[in-house]
Design a protein around this ligand. Structure first.
Ligand code: UGA
Length: 457
C-alpha cells in the first residue's frame, strides 16, 4: 500500500517516517520547497530524538516532494496532516489549510482512495472534508476516515511505534480494512485499535488533550495549596497517583503547560463547545488558570529576589516548552523573560536545542553555550525546562560561578537533600522550601500551617 502524507509538520513528518518504518512506501508532501529540499538532503527540520536515524534507515521507502498531485495520484491512502492553528480573535481552529488540501486531493486522487484526516480537527471537520471532496470530484468513489495522532514532542517516535491505543473513525468497510492494514505491525504488541465514528474520533482527540491539560492544572493548584499549607506536592502526587483510577502521569507541577497542542487545542475545544451551546466550563477554567499561572512566574522570581530585579542578572535554563524538543511555541519562558526584562533584569539564557527557534522572538539577552556559562555572574538562576543535562549540574561549580545564590526551580528537578549542603536560597514549587508568593496587596502570606498537628482526626 502506498501512502501520501500531506503536510510535513510535526505530526505529518513523524507519521510519514514511522509508516515507512512499518514497511509502507510513503511520499511526504509540503508546499514549502526549501523544507522539502532540506528533507531530500537528509536534513530534519525539527529536533526529535530518533527521527533522522529512522529517515536514513527507511530512505528507500521515503520520498519528499512538493508535487501533491503526483503523490496523491500514486497513493492508495492519503493522510491530511496540515496545521490547524488558532484563529485570531475567537480561538477556534483555523481549518482553511485542511479544506484547501481536501480540494487538491479531490482533484488528483484515483477512485477508491482512502482519505484520512490526521490533523487535530474539531468535531464535524472530517464530515465537511468528505462533502468538499464529493462536491469537487462527484464521479470519484472514495472512503473517508479520521485518525487523530497522540504523539508527544520529544517522544514522538516511541509514541507512534508503541502507542497506548490507535483511534480510527470510519464509515465503511474499505476504510476500516485499509487502516487495519496500516496499523497491523502494532498487532504484535496487542495495541488496542478502536474503530468508531468520525465524530467520536475527533472528540476523543480534543477530550484527551483537554483532560491532560486539566490534570496538569489540577496539580499546579495543589502545589500552590501545598505552599500555603506546608505540604509537599511530590508526596501528594505519589499518594494520589498510586490510585489506578487517577494514575501517576502528568502530575508534575510546572510553570504552566505550553507547546503547540494543549493551549491551542483547549482553546479550540472550548470555543467550539460555546458555539454549540454546550460550554465546557472545566476546560474554560483550566485555560484561564494556566494563562494566569504562566504570567505569575515572573512575580515568583521577583519575590525570590527580595521584591526587585532591577539591575540584577538572571540565568534562565531552558526555553523550549518541554525537554527533547527545539519547539518554543507558547513556551512559558517566552512570557517570563520579557516580564523580567521589563522589570529591569538582564538575562543570560541557555537551552540545548531551542536557541535558534527562540532567538528571533526574544531580544536583548545573552545566549550562553552551557548552563555554567549562563550562571556566570548571575544573581539568580531559574530552571524553566527539565532537560536531563540540568538534572545533574555540578552545584558547587554553579554556586561558585554565580554572584548571588537564588535558585528558582520551576520544574522541581532537584531533591531537597541535594540542594541542602549548598549555599543556595532555593525555591521550588509546592515543596516545604518553596517560595510563598506575596499577595498582590503586598502583604506577606501567613506562615505555613502545621498540617495534622492538632491531634484532631
Ligand atoms: C501533547 C499530548 O501529550 C500528546 O498526547 C498529543 O498528541 C500532543 O499534545 C498533540 O496534540 O499533538 P506535547 O504538547 O508534545 O503532547 O507535550 P506534553 O508532554 O503533553 O507536554 C505539554 C505541556 O505540559 C508542556 O509544557 C509540559 O511541560 C507540561 N506538563 C506536562 C506539565 O507541566 N506537567 C506534567 O506533568 C506534564
Amino acid at each position: 500500500m502506498r501512502i501520501a502524507m500531506i503536510g510535513t509538520g510535526y505530526v505529518g513528518l513523524v507519521s510519514g517516517v514511522c509508516f515507512s518504518e512499518f514497511g509502507f512506501d510513503v511520499t511526504c508532501v509540503d508546499k514549502d520547497a526549501a523544507k522539502i529540499e532540506a528533507l531530500n538532503r537528509g536534513e530534519v527540520p525539527i529536533y526529535e530524538p530518533g527521527l533522522s536515524e529512522l529517515m536514513v534507515k527507511n530512505a528507500a521507502r521515503l520520498t519528499f516532494s512538493t508535487d501533491l498531485a503526483v503523490a496523491v495520484e500514486e497513493a492508495d491512502v492519503v493522510f491530511i496532516a496540515v496545521g490547524t492553528p488558532s484563529r485570531r480573535g475567537d480561538g477556534e481552529a483555523d481549518l482553511s489549510y485542511v479544506y484547501a488540501a481536501a480540494r487538491e486531493v479531490a482533484a488528483a486522487m484515483r477512485p477508491g482512495t482512502i482519505v484520512v484526516i490526521k490533523s487535530t480537527v474539531v468535531v464535524g471537520t472530517t464530515r465537511e472534508v468528505k462533502r468538499i471532496i464529493a462536491e469537487a470530484a462527484p464521479d470519484k468513489d472514495f472512503s473517508i476516515a479520521a485518525n487523530p495522532e497522540f504523539l508527544r514532542e520529544g517522544a514522538a517516535i516511541e509514541d507512534f511505534l508503541r502507542p497506548d491505543r490507535v483511534i480510527v473513525g470510519v464509515e465503511d468497510e474499505r476504510g476500516e480494512q485499509a487502516l487495519k492494514t496500516l496499523y497491523r505491525p502494532l498487532n504484535l504488541r496487542q495495541t488496542p485499535i478502536v474503530f468508531t465514528s468520525l465524530e467520536n474520533a475527533e472528540i476523543i482527540k480534543y477530550a484527551a488533550n483537554a483532560f491532560l491539560a486539566m490534570k496538569i492544572t489540577f496539580i499546579n493548584e495543589i502545589a500552590d495549596l501545598c505552599e500555603a499549607a506546608g505540604g509537599n506536592v511530590q508526596d501528594i502526587a505519589r499518594g494520589i497517583g498510586l490510585d489506578n483510577r487517577i494514575g501517576a502521569k502528568f502530575l508534575h507541577p510546572g510553570p504552566g503547560y505550553g507547546g503547540s497542542c494543549f493551549p491551542k487545542d483547549t482553546r479550540a475545544f472550548a470555543a467550539l463547545a460555546r458555539r454549540l451551546g454546550s460550554p465546557v466550563k472545566l476546560i474554560e477554567t483550566t485555560i484561564s488558570l494556566n494563562e494566569t499561572r504562566i504570567a505569575s512566574m515572573a512575580e515568583r522570581v521577583v519575590a525570590a529576589m527580595g521584591g526587585s530585579v532591577e539591575g540584577r542578572t538572571i540565568a534562565i535554563l531552558g526555553i523550549a516548552f518541554k525537554p527533547n524538543t527545539d519547539d518554543v511555541r507558547e513556551a512559558p519562558a517566552l512570557t517570563l523573560i520579557p516580564a523580567l526584562q521589563a522589570a529591569g533584569a538582564s538575562i543570560r539564557a541557555h537551552d540545548p536545542e531551542a536557541r535558534e527557534s527562540a532567538a528571533p522572538i526574544l531580544s536583548s539577552l545573552t545566549w550562553c553555550a552551557s548552563p555554567y556559562e549562563a550562571a556566570e555572574g548571575a544573581d539568580a538562576l531559574v530552571i524553566m525546562t527539565e532537560w536531563n543535562e540540568y538534572r545533574a549540574l555540578n552545584l558547587t561549580k554553579l554556586s561558585e560561578l554565580m554572584r548571588g545564590n537564588v535558585v528558582v526551580d520551576l520544574r522541581n528537578i532537584y531533591p531537597l537533600e541535594e540542594i541542602a549542603p549548598h549555599r543556595f536560597d532555593y525555591h521550588s514549587l509546592g515543596r516545604p522550601d518553596a517560595l510563598r508568593p506575596r499577595h498582590s496587596d503586598g502583604f506577606a502570606p501567613a506562615p505555613p500551617r502545621q498540617v495534622g498537628g492538632t491531634g484532631q482526626a
